[in-house]
Design a binder for this molecule. Structure first.
Ligand SMILES: [Zn+2]
Length: 425
């Protein structure tokens, strides 16, 4: 490597380190680590059943026992295939092979190569995905027809292939235009991309899967908008998604920010829950709005994407790694499988960090729901209903929860409501 090349690689590593430290500082300062003061005599001990009946706990546990090995296998297999394609010349051969019928031009290698790599990645885990769907059907959680399942898998693979192909085309173009400082441009672009994607998600991705309509006028709608009013936050609308086409699960979420911000409630929630529990769910979602969680998530995501891109800039300057992947330079389309492997590995490392923060943010939204409604009883019965309907293990293994848990466990949320009642008298 030339002296200038070595200098640029060192700069990429330094920038990655600085952005990484900034990310840790932002997370440490912005995450609500403690939400309630510790009461005299300590916090309420967590009841592992969350107050569910033995039968409900058994059912959730046997569901988890059937699904967890499949989820883990899918994760490991996906990463292993990505590693084989990215760390041996196999992926590079695939990229050249798919572009050959079109004359093997660079643009064809990039576009068709990325599509082929995404499709191969999806195909190897497809049987496990189908098995998981069989399990969800057997337990009555999935209501999807197989036709709809195939459509969902195809649409999500197509969206992922198109977005990845566009993003990597831009990256390879940058590498050609700015061979030494491309990673700096790419880091800025990746950060901007996270922000744009967060805006576009409710407008483009959501409608590709669900029909979403305003909650019809009536007492419930009036009550929910009054809750939003009392929270002091402008909400564009309360919407209902036709989730029952796919699942019996109960859920709600908030997406978008500014003028696109909306609270979306599954139609299953409206069908099955009494009004005070629906209000508790919506009050939790309002908590996310009040605390600006979508914005915080977007900004930390953008910082993380920039840090990871600078890190990739350093890794891709390392000639032995490129050679191993069968590529000659970072801008070579044959480096694409390696880049996709680095993305997958980065995602794996990022998951537990993201979930660590997410659990605290979710607990803060729970606190808002309790403060806003003042109704711990409805909150607790809603948590139990969610756990038993969604078949979520109220007290999963610690390591599982640490890695995959985006929310506190049902058992923890019930204990939290108890602490809240004691604290607020
Ligand atoms: Zn939430």
């Amino acid at each position: 490597m030339s002296r200038a090349g070595r200098g640029s690689a060192r700069a990429a590593l330094a920038v990655a380190a600085v952005l990484g430290i900034a990310l840790v500082v932002v997370i440490a300062l912005r995450t609500p680590w403690q939400l309630l003061p510790e009461p005299p005599g300590g916090f309420t001990p967590v009841d592992p059943t969350a107050g569910l009946s033995a039968e409900q706990v058994d059912r959730a546990e046997s569901f988890a026992a059937a699904l967890r090995p499949a989820s883990l296998t899918s994760l490991v297999l996906g990463l292993a295939v990505s590693a084989v394609l990215g760390l041996t010349p196999l992926g590079a051969r695939l990229v050249t092979a798919v572009a050959r019928p079109l004359g093997g031009r660079r643009a064809a290698q990039i576009l068709l190569g990325v599509v082929a790599l995404v499709v191969v990645g999806r195909l190897v885990t497809l049987p496990i995905g189908a098995y998981a769907e069989v399990v969800r059907h057997r337990y009555g959680l999935s209501t999807r027809t197989w036709g709809l399942w195939v459509r969902d898998v195809a649409v999500s693979a197509a969206i992922s292939a198109v977005i990845t192909a566009l993003a990597l085309t831009a990256v390879l173009w940058l590498i050609r235009r700015a061979p030494r400082m491309w990673w700096a441009w790419a880091a800025g672009t990746a950060a901007g991309f996270v922000v744009v994607a967060s805006f576009l998600y409710p407008l483009v991705i959501e409608p590709a899967f669900n029909r979403i309509e305003p909650l019809p006028a009536g007492e419930l709608r009036t009550d929910l908008l009054a809750l939003a009013d009392r929270s002091g936050v402008p909400v564009q609308d309360v919407l209902v998604s036709d989730a029952s086409r796919r699942t019996t699960a109960l859920n709600a979420y908030v997406s978008g920010f500014g003028g696109t911000r909306r609270i979306v409630v599954y139609d299953t929630v409206l069908d099955q829950l009494p009004d005070e529990e629906i209000e508790s769910i919506v009050a939790h979602e309002l908590g996310h709005v009040v605390n600006g969680d979508v914005l915080t998530g977007t900004l930390t995501g953008a910082l993380g994407a920039a840090a990871a891109t600078a890190m990739f800039g350093w890794l891709l300057s390392w000639t032995p790694l490129l050679r191993r992947a069968g590529a000659e330079a970072p801008g070579d389309p044959r480096a694409l499988p390696l880049i996709l492997f680095l993305l997958a590995a980065g995602g794996l490392v990022g998951t537990p960090v993201q979930n660590l923060v997410s659990r605290q943010i979710e607990a803060r939204a729970d606190l808002h729901a309790l403060d806003l409604t003042g109704d711990a009883e409805a909150f607790v019965s809603m948590q139990r209903r969610l756990a038993s309907t969604n078949l979520s293990d109220p007290d999963p293994p610690v390591a599982w929860q640490w890695f995959f848990g985006s929310h506190p466990t049902a058992a923890q949320r019930v204990a939290f409501a108890e602490d809240w009642s004691r604290d607020r008298g």
